[in-house]
Write a protein that binds this ligand. Structure first.
Ligand code: ADP
Ligand code: MG
Length: 292
């Protein structure tokens, strides 16, 4: 491969909205045969909105939202943005100290003298803030509808649930069709729960789903596929995708994603449109054909 021919290839990539880290990336792009897709912010817009607040018995929905919103204001996770925005719409939020973000799980911090946790129900259970049977029921109902549900807890009990929903990017189904047509097998991998993942997968035409994984679990999925002999592309946007993007044979970041995701990647999709990933594969194959 002559460097100049490859540079022409990368230049064309830039014009179609794909930033290529270097010419050597094109070879990996050409060889990829599995594409691991992150859900939130990659296949979906990641602009979530709050749908419902379910307080535990004896709790006030407004207080649950206000407390959770105060904490989530310090996080830039899509769930956090939705919760913080809805809470801020309803009034001034209390101050937070001792904030900590647990990637792929949730957040915690001190709000009005209480240690508050917001995140996956499993995270709360691990902190002794287990859901009541009534909240378990509400979780199952909202979850079956494909909603993302996070729990809020403090002082030894879960205090409520926050139900949020996301929107599939209008270009994602077309992108999956194109990736498949190029011989790439799509796999949706997400930290969200199974039903929410299945709902999005069905909407974009992906059958293989790995749900409920932690950031390290995403990395394991990539390693397992590589051990099976696959050349693995990963498309992601979040801090929680960085390890998987770095491990991938071809890491592809959404340009709208976090800096850590972009830094861990070989390609960046400027327009946050998954179809550009398919364009990049097509382009790299055409480029390598030209220079042989
Ligand atoms: P994805 O893999 O789809 O991008 P993440 O790994 O970022 O999702 O998050 C997985 C799950 O962890 C979310 O669906 C949510 O339940 C929980 N979570 C992560 N961060 C937060 C947060 N800041 N607030 C509440 N829940 C969170
Ligand atoms: Mg994401």
């Amino acid at each position: 491969a002559t460097p100049t021919a490859l540079m022409v290839g990368t230049g064309r990539g830039a014009r179609m909205g794909v930033v290529v880290r270097g010419p050597e990336v094109l070879e990996q792009t050409r060889r990829a045969d599995v594409v691991v897709l992150d859900k939130t912010g990659t296949v979906t817009t990641g602009r979530m909105s709050l749908r419902d607040v379910v307080p535990a018995a004896g709790e006030d929905a407004a207080a649950v939202l206000r407390t959770a919103g105060a904490l989530e204001a310090a996080s830039d996770h899509p769930v956090a943005r939705a919760v913080a925005a809805a809470a801020a719409d309803r009034g001034r939020l209390p101050d937070v100290t001792g904030f900590a973000s647990l990637d792929g799980l949730g957040v915690e911090g001190d709000v009005e003298g209480r240690r508050v946790v917001v995140g996956r129900p499993r995270l709360l259970a691990g902190r002794g803030l287990a859901l009541t049977p009534a909240l378990e029921d509400a979780l199952a109902t909202a979850g079956a509808d494909g909603r993302t549900v996070v729990a809020v807890g403090w002082d030894g009990a879960a205090r409520g649930l926050l139900v949020v929903s996301d929107t599939v990017r209008p270009t994602s189904a077309e992108a999956v069709r194109r990736l498949r047509a190029l011989g790439l097998r799509p796999v949706l991998v997400t930290g969200d729960h199974e039903a929410a993942a299945r709902a999005v997968a069905a909407e974009v035409g992906v059958e293989e789903v790995v749900a409920g994984v932690l950031p390290a679990g995403k990395l394991d999925v990539v390693r397992r596929l590589q051990a099976e002999g696959h050349v693995v592309a990963v498309v992601g946007d979040g801090v929680n995708d960085a390890a998987a993007l770095a491990q991938a044979d071809l890491g592809i970041a959404m340009g709208t994603g976090t800096d850590v995701a972009v830094e861990a990647s070989d390609l960046t999709l400027v327009r946050a449109d998954l179809r550009s990933a398919a364009d990049a594969v097509r382009l790299s194959r055409a480029t390598l054909r030209t220079i042989r």
